[in-house]
Each structure stands twice: as structure tokens, then as C-alpha cells.
Design a protein around this ligand. Sequence first.
Ligand SMILES: NC(=O)c1ccc[n+]([C@@H]2O[C@H](COP(=O)([O-])OP(=O)(O)OC[C@H]3O[C@@H](n4cnc5c(N)ncnc54)[C@H](O)[C@@H]3O)[C@@H](O)[C@H]2O)c1
Length: 348
Amino acid sequence: MSNRTFLVTGGAGFIGSHLVERLLARGDAVVVLDDFSTGRRGNLVGVERNARFEFVEGSVTDAALVERLVARCDEILHLAAVVGVRLVVEQPIRTMETNVRGTETVVTAAARHRRPLLVTSSSEVYGRGTRIPFREDDPVVHGAPTRTRWVYAASKLAAEHLALAHHREDGIAVRIVRFFNTCGPRQVGDFGMVLPRFVDQALAGGPVTIHGDGRQTRSFCHVADAVEAVLRVMAAPDAIGRPVNIGGTVETSVNELAQRVVAAVTGTDPRAERRVEIVRIPHVVAYGDGFDDPVRRVPDVSLLRELTAFVPSRPLGELIADAVRWAREVQACVAAGPPCREPRGLTA
Ligand SMILES: NC(=O)c1ccc[n+]([C@@H]2O[C@H](COP(=O)([O-])OP(=O)(O)OC[C@H]3O[C@@H](n4cnc5c(N)ncnc54)[C@H](O)[C@@H]3O)[C@@H](O)[C@H]2O)c1
């Protein structure tokens, strides 16, 4: 228990809300700053009555507000960002403004008040890198800027550079984590995340839509493992000043993911004798011309292991089961109507 006050930007989001719960559970106080653009009040149902929790609705691009909040917190966890392939492709200006200017606002305030800061980055920064698994000191290779998808990777890389620049010049403690395809309860499929999209489509009876030929691979990580890793990185002195990968190490093709989601959904529904169809559509149909999809994405987690003695290990089956269970609870909740509150997600 550390009894400190943490500012969590993006704390009403998927990963942020799980992190907030863990911080409160160990006795810390938490101030969340979120503009609800992709986050939801429902994600914070389990903590909103906690006396050590405070919610502030606003944007990380509001320098005066960020300054005030940073001044009264001990540590900063910066998760607020425009996330999700669909959002990024549709709103590249907002992506750059939030992810670069928003990060600059947070990092500048942290530097001024000399607060330790953790910035959440992404496996997307590795771009089209071909050396598998990805190591933190690998060179990054991005697609052409005319391919809109790379806006997110560029914005996250810029965020890393901003944070590291302030670490070097101002001497503040900066930690950076690069998440690889983190999934679980509370992640929604509306913005292009593959697992919740497949779960929603399968629960609706299909078809489950794969973008591309489905042979592209990803390494999925349970949000509970990701949050555990973040808490350990925050406590690791040697994690200061360099990015650290956080992700699962089992490579799974998108085809296999779709099949396992369909099996999880139909296998546990006693009425579902039907088969849910899986179809494939070209990326250009799903996202337009500016799209470019990395073929493989696997983290090297040796640095995480060395720094924290922990690596994500929850199996994909557990991740899919938790995501399906949560989506079913939400469906039941919505069907029941008011005063039903959103389910809390993880029970563990
Ligand atoms: N989920 C993943 O697989 C994954 C992978 C790589 C990196 N990340 C990073 O992890 C962090 C959290 O992502 P997530 O998956 O929980 O997504 P999310 O969309 O659920 O969370 C982002 C949160 O930021 C908030 N936000 C957006 N713009 C804001 C602004 N201007 N001011 C204040 N709040 C704002 C949103 O409302 C949301 O609550 C992000 O920085 C993301 O880039 C996530």
C-alpha cells in the first residue's frame, strides 16, 4: 500500500478503469481526468462511491486544468488517447491533437511539478518492423504518411519522444509502456478492436467479419495481466527513461481468433445449434485506401521480466471467455432496462 494520489488520464476507458480499481484496492487515492470520448461512466460504477476516488470531466488538451490536477497529485498515469483503427482512420486530426498535444500538456505539467509520470504507448510504434519478436531498442519502420493508419503510430512515437526529452532535460522520472493488443471486459468493438468486435458479431448470430485474409497474427494480453505489469513497472526504478513492452507472447492468427470466439459463443449457448459464419473482406473495403496492416506483432518481454519478475501469461481461452461473459452481461443489462447498472466486468 502506498497511500499516494494518482492522476489517471483516460481513467474512464477500458484499461484505465481496471487500473483505477487496482490503485484504489491497494489504498491509493485516484483522480480521473477523462472527456468520455471513448470512455464510459459505466466503467467506473464500481468505484464512484469510493471516498478516495474523484472524477473530473475534461480534456488533456486543457493546459490550465491539467496543471491544476497535476499540482495536487503525487504521480501521473497518462492513458488518455484516441485509440482504435476505425477512429484513427476517420479522425486523424483529433488523433494528432489528443495524442501529441495532450501528451505535451501532461508531460509539461509533470515536469514543472516534478511528478513521476508513466506514459502508455503502443506496439503500433514498431510499425512494419520485421524482426520478430519486437524488442524495445529495435528501429521503427512506419508506412508512408499518406496511409492514414500510421497517424496513430506516429502520434504515439512523438508522445514517447516528448516524455523522454523531459526526462533527459528536466530530470523527471518518466516510464513508458508499450501495450500489445490488450483485451478483456469493458473493451468495446465500436472503434475497430478485433476481439470485442468478433464477440459482438458472434453473439448477434454472425457473420464474424475478418479484415484481410486473416493470416495476420497478433499476441493478445488479458487486461488483468497488463494492469499487473503496469503497477510493477511503476515500482521498478530501472524502468525509468526507456520503453517497456507489455504483452502476451503467444502468437495467434486472426483466423484462429475468429474460430475460437465462435466456438466460445455457440458452445456455451444451449439454444445455439446454428453455425456462425466467418467471412473475410479486404482492408480497403473495411477502412478505405489509406490502410496498411502489419503482418505479425509479437513482443519480446525479456525487459519486462528482468525489471518486474512478471510476464503476462493468462491463456487466450480465459481472455475470450471473460470478454464473452462481459458482453453477455451487458446485453442482459441493456435488455432489462433502467435501473440496471453496467456490470463491473472482472470479478477477480
Ligand atoms: N487496448 C490496447 O490494446 C492498447 C494497445 C496499445 C496501446 N494502448 C494505449 O492504452 C491507453 C488506453 O487505451 P484503452 O484501450 O483503454 O482505450 P480507451 O479508448 O478505452 O481509453 C482511452 C480513454 O481516453 C479518454 N480520452 C480520449 N481523449 C481524451 C482527451 N482529450 N481528454 C481526456 N480523456 C480523453 C477516452 O474517453 C477513454 O476513456 C491509450 O493510451 C492507448 O493508446 C492500448
